[in-house]
Design a protein around this ligand. Structure first.
Ligand code: GLV
Ligand code: MN
Ligand code: MN
Length: 421
């Protein structure tokens, strides 16, 4: 069978596995798999079996990351990390994150026991989306030693802290430091769907990511006065909901006025939340992204100022907190060059791009050279059950991955590069 035929069969298997994993969900009829929820255990079991069969040694670290180590030709040998995340948003598609992990498993399978001058560690990060605790990258932050006490104490809507969730999963939070990258780590590579329309519009299956755009995530609490909806005249109200609504529209207007800026209010929660009660409290979230950090910071400042002005005019108080502040991260230029070469050798044109979506690679890049390969996303649709990917593109990604592994295996410059930790 030709290599292309083998890659096609592997690609079909990759897609079937992603679809199977999408059935491991907290919700009936759609995919939601948050940090260390019960279906995450099913994912670990299933992927763990595939990794073991491919010759990897499988563990789950104390931050809930699934890790499968495929040893190198010699012992000890340095390691290359390949992975992505296993958690999902609510009503998710089957490929965001999961595809990168399953492609890595398929690359090990394609090696068929062949050992490289470096080991390969496949990582399925426990949390990237920030859904359960409103703070993302829990898994990858553990690898760079950035999972601090404050984060571990964050609680979900049921009052369970990250620390407690780890214990309830049968893991030990005091062992989190052991999850950190060792100085035998050479690099981190992540395959991911683009989650946008660019590659499709160019008719190209693969792209190489040069940078991941910075992002700020915040929470705002408008505090007004709950009161009777029938007896309180309009001019005597301190309605937290209308203040939040006015601000949400201002967020959209501001973002539209700044080239390349995206700003989203994705969650609104009003209290007490009854049809005949003026809202006394409105909690809203904010997500702001731009590839230039100074433009993002200035926009965030302007949005804070607007929220303060709106609250003041309506006689409300405003509380706010920053949940995440990640600057734009450049991917490693050497790896970007190697990926571009591998894409070319796979017979595709090279498209260099900036990722608007956040990825574990932006966290890993703090400590270790990191880079990403994007796969075309039909319709540019992601974070939705309609998310998809084409078999031919997965097949191309596998060919590109194998080519890349060969390039790196034959590059002594790469193997001498040491972790920046
Ligand atoms: C992750 O999917 C993000 O919100 O960028
Ligand atoms: Mn996502
Ligand atoms: Mn993702």
């Amino acid at each position: 069978m030709s290599t292309a035929e083998q890659n096609k069969i592997r690609a079909e298997e990759v897609l079937a596995r992603c679809k199977r994993l999408a059935s491991f969900s907290e919700d009936d009829g759609s995919t939601r798999r948050t940090f260390l929820s019960p279906p995450m255990r099913d994912c670990h079991r299933e992927i763990g079996e595939w990794l073991t069969a491919a010759g990897a040694e499988v563990t789950v670290d104390a931050a809930g990351n699934l890790r499968g180590f495929y040893a190198g030709a010699q012992s000890p040998s340095p390691r290359l990390l390949l992975g992505s995340h296993l958690d999902t948003v609510p009503k998710a598609g089957a490929y965001d994150g999961v595809l990168g992990v399953i492609l890595a498993v398929a690359l090990l399978e394609a090696l068929g026991g062949r050992r490289l001058p470096f080991g390969i560690e496949v990582i399925g990060f426990s949390e990237e989306e920030g859904v359960r605790f409103a703070t993302p990258f829990i898994g990858s932050r553990a690898l760079v030693g950035r999972l601090d006490e404050e984060t571990l104490n964050r609680e979900d809507t049921n009052g369970i802290s990250i620390r407690r969730a780890i214990e309830l999963f049968g893991l030990c939070p005091t062992e989190i430091p052991l999850a950190a990258l060792g100085d035998d780590t050479l690099a981190y590579l992540e395959f991911h769907i683009e989650q946008g329309p660019v590659l499709e519009s160019l008719g190209q299956p693969l792209g190489v990511v040069e940078a991941v755009a910075g992002q700020t995530r915040m929470e705002f609490l408008f505090l007004g006065r709950a009161n009777h909806a029938g007896t309180t005249p309009m001019h005597l109200r301190h309605d937290a909901m209308t203040a939040a609504a006015e601000w949400i529209v201002a967020v959209e207007r501001t973002a539209r006025g700044i080239d390349g800026l995206v700003a989203t209010v994705g969650q609104v929660e009003a209290r007490p939340g009854a049809i005949n009660v003026i809202a006394g409290e409105a909690r809203v979230t904010l997500d702001v992204r731009h590839q230039a950090d100074d433009i993002r910071s200035r926009a965030v400042e302007a949005l804070i100022q607007l929220a303060e002005e709106i609250a003041a005019v309506r006689g409300l108080t405003l509380r706010r907190s920053v949940l995440l502040n990640e600057k734009t991260i450049a991917m490693d230029t050497f790896l970007v060059g190697e990926i571009a070469e591998a894409i070319r050798k796979t017979g595709c044109e090279v498209r260099r791009m900036v990722s608007g979506a956040g990825h574990d690679a932006m966290i890993l890049a703090e400590k270790v050279p990191s880079a990403m390969i994007f796969l075309r996303t039909p319709g540019g649709i992601s974070h939705d059950p309609a998310e998809s990917v084409m078999t031919e593109d997965v097949s191309k990604a596998l060919a590109c991955g194998l080519q890349l592994l060969d390039q790196l295996a034959n590059c002594s410059k790469f193997q001498k590069r040491m972790c920046r930790a």
